[in-house]
Design a protein around this ligand. Structure first.
Ligand code: KIV
Length: 275
């Protein structure tokens, strides 16, 4: 069944948990889609897990469009959400609408995600007015890594917790259809989930959220540059890949690969006539 923003709304109303994973290419998107995950996020985490940058700040619109196109070709039923990269919306409503529109028009995405609370509500309103569904993202917002002083849990103190609750209400009011809560204490995330009518999608925000999202390379132990506390490894694919690569090297060097079953044959008498 095709997942849409209505699926998100109904899941919240019916108390069904939503699932979201990141993907950045056709093959992975197809596998995630076939596993029945509701939504695929083409995250700007692309910059770190695929392109090898230290953070997400260098990711461009062209990077995001290139990978979003690949993901939308692979996803048949999942709702595809494209992340708006750093400085593609912070500069104003006009840029935000134009760039969000490109994600749908050129990338084939169904929705966009952008980071921030009250300060980006005018952009959320403008994008939603242009008929592009918006998923908000508050708490730890990686595009603000320098302003936040690092990748840290957000909303721990009284003032910070109150601010986060207000940010959640503000993005809901601005028209977001869902909000990602990243690195937020579980009790606060559960309270926010109770107080707003749109689904909360947690990453490092506990089980009280309406849904969960993870970066797929994290949950498959493929990316070791950072290992956040909130990540659970569901399959040790990284280790299996390394074993596979090493076995390939060994067999090539031993001469056992390729063997007869992986080799094309021909009438050898033809070879005798070659000069
Ligand atoms: O870019 C990303 O992958 C994200 C998730 C961590 C929510 O924003």
């Amino acid at each position: 069944m095709k997942n849409t923003v209505t699926t998100f709304k109904q899941a919240k109303e019916q108390g069904e948990k939503l699932t979201m994973l990141t993907a950045y290419d056709y093959t992975t998107a197809k596998l995630i889609d076939e596993a029945g995950i509701h939504s695929i996020l083409v995250g700007d985490s692309l910059g770190m897990v695929c392109l090898g940058y230290e953070n997400t700040l260098s990711v461009t619109m062209e990077d995001m469009l290139h990978h979003t196109k690949a993901v939308t070709r692979g996803a048949k039923n999942a709702l595809v959400i494209a992340d708006m990269p750093f400085m593609s919306y912070q500069t104003g409503c006009y840029d935000a609408v134009v760039n969000a529109g490109r994600m749908l028009k050129e990338g084939g995405a169904h929705a966009v995600k952008l980071e921030g609370g009250k300060e980006v509500c005018p952009q959320i309103e403008a994008i939603v007015r242009a008929s592009v569904p918006v998923c908000a993202h508050i708490g730890l917002t990686p595009q603000s890594v320098h302003a936040l002083g690092g990748f840290k849990v957000q909303g721990k103190g009284g003032e910070a917790a109150q601010k986060l609750l207000e940010e959640a209400k503000a993005v809901e009011q601005a028209g977001a259809f869902a909000v990602v809560l990243e690195c937020v204490p579980e009790k606060l995330a559960a309270l926010i989930t109770e107080k707003i009518s749109i689904p909360t999608i947690g990453i490092g925000a506990g089980a009280g959220c309406d849904g969960q999202v993870l970066v797929y390379q994290d949950m498959l132990a493929m990316y070791g540059d950072m290992s956040p506390k909130f990540v659970k490894v569901f399959a040790n694919v990284g280790e299996e890949m390394k074993k596979g690569f090493a076995a390939y090297k060994r067999e090539v060097q031993e001469g056992t690969f390729p063997s007869g079953e992986h080799t094309f044959k021909m009438d050898e008498s033809i070879l005798d006539k070659l000069y």
